[in-house]
Design a protein around this ligand. Structure first.
Ligand SMILES: Nc1ncnc2c1ncn2[C@@H]1O[C@H](COP(=O)(O)OP(=O)(O)O)[C@@H](O)[C@H]1O
Ligand SMILES: [Mg+2]
Length: 256
């Protein structure tokens, strides 16, 4: 039986999707059968996961609404052990309310995640920002959660909220383990960036913060623009290596 790993954050733009696709790619590169599921109606996974040309535009939302069968929304990627379920056509719509209530009201999401973990080693879920009904539902069906935190001052204000939110889910879903905060887009030498790292290390227990920082890098931004995980596009890049190291410690915990 595999594990569901949720990637959640209070804020948007903190590197959630980058983290989800790169951890998923790093797992797959180790030969672990991995599925990444995008339940964020913004649907950004499709821009970064390394899809094949002429891929289907359908995804989770279309399965949820009954438009598509599950097997038709599981897409291959450039990596043999990585498959993806995109958000689907909802990401081209301006209004996501109908999608949100459908996710909240139905049991298809937890059922999908449960089935997927029976067939895969790791199921990575990219979520919308905040702890709204969609993310809540994902956490109820997850065994692991990581929280990207961008190394910029505002990040600190929102951290208590997301930690409290996760704690309230743990009270209901005892399987859920907070593997930790991942400090992203770290800029060595930038005082604002250094202050965030220092503050987090001083104020949060060491076991809920990954020691490995993810640096901001040009290769990481370029990879996203080129539609690929930096882990596969530029493996020697420091951000790519950081994600590989974090994936390694996650695998050790999941299997250990
Ligand atoms: N380590 C990094 N180095 C450089 N740019 C990054 C890095 N991580 C994320 N980014 C960029 O920051 C922006 C927001 O990242 P994204 O993963 O989309 O965040 P979220 O999913 O939280 O909204 C994207 O343009 C992405 O390419
Ligand atoms: Mg995103």
């Amino acid at each position: 039986m595999g594990s569901v790993l949720a990637v959640v954050s209070q804020k948007g733009g903190v590197g959630k999707t980058t983290t989800a696709v790169n951890l998923a790619a790093a797992f797959a590169r180790r030969g672990l059968k991995t599925l990444i599921v995008d339940v964020d109606p913004q649907g950004a996974v499709r821009y970064g996961v390394g899809l094949r040309r002429d891929h289907s535009i359908y995804g989770f939302a279309d399965y949820l609404s009954g438009e598509c069968a599950l097997r038709d929304v599981i897409l291959p990627t450039a990596l043999p052990w990585l498959r993806v379920i995109l958000a689907g056509t909802v990401s081209d719509e301006s209004d996501h309310l109908a999608y949100q209530s459908l996710v909240a009201e139905s049991d298809l999401l937890p059922e999908l995640l449960e089935t997927a973990r029976q067939r895969c080693h790791i199921v990575v879920v990219d979520t919308p920002p905040g702890l709204g009904p969609i993310t809540h539902k994902v956490l109820l069906a997850s065994q692991h959660v990581v929280v990207p935190l961008q190394c910029e001052p505002l990040a600190l204000q929102t951290t208590p909220q997301i930690l409290r939110g996760i704690q309230s889910v743990v009270e209901v879903n005892e399987q859920l383990i907070l593997d930790g905060l991942i400090l992203t887009m770290y800029e060595p030498g930038n005082p604002a960036s250094e202050r965030v790292v220092e503050y987090v290390r001083q104020h949060l227990p060491a076991n809920i913060v990954f020691r490995q920082l993810v640096p901001r890098s040009i290769a990481a931004a370029d990879a996203f623009a080129a539609g690929q995980p930096v882990v596969t596009r530029t493996p020697s890049d420091p951000a790519a290596q950081a994600y590989v190291n974090i994936a390694t410690s996650l695998v050790e915990r999941m299997d250990g």
